[in-house]
Write a protein that binds this ligand. Structure first.
Ligand SMILES: Nc1ncnc2c1ncn2[C@@H]1O[C@H](COP(=O)(O)OP(=O)(O)O)[C@@H](O)[C@H]1O
Ligand SMILES: [Mg+2]
Length: 107
């Protein structure tokens, strides 16, 4: 089973296509770098995999479960570029505070 698999994954913001028909298959143990220029759709792809954004079309599976699926967040770590860490909190406290469920509708 692939850890991450996308099939024709697409996200549109109005007339802008941020991610177009992305096909990915990432196996267990593989280190995968998603590399591309600014605006090429990396963050949008990651947000869809985390369940923070809904795909416009296509499908994505994380750990064999079709996104969005709340149960995936139990096995997933995501450090958003745009979100600051609180230095007064421990790593664990930061992780607890930045609970993916809370951000789901705001990102
Ligand atoms: N919430 C949004 N609303 C409208 N356009 C967006 C939104 N998020 C991203 N975009 C646009 O989608 C495209 C891809 O953005 P993004 O996924 O952030 O790229 P990257 O992370 O590769 O820099 C860009 O043109 C960006 O302006
Ligand atoms: Mg980005």
């Amino acid at each position: 089973m692939a850890i991450i698999e996308t099939k024709k994954l697409t996200k549109k913001f109005g007339t802008l296509t941020a991610v177009e028909s992305l096909n990915l298959k990432i196996e267990k143990g593989e280190i995968f770098g998603l590399i591309g220029p600014n605006g090429s759709g990396k963050t949008t792809t990651i947000k869809m995999l985390c369940g923070l954004l809904l795909p416009t079309s296509g499908t994505a599976y994380v750990l064999g479960r079709k996104v969005p699926d709340k149960s995936i967040t139990q096995s997933l770590g995501y450090m958003p570029q745009e979100m600051a860490l609180y230095e007064g909190l421990t790593v664990h406290q930061n992780i607890e505070f930045i609970n993916l469920e809370k951000w789901r509708d705001s990102l």
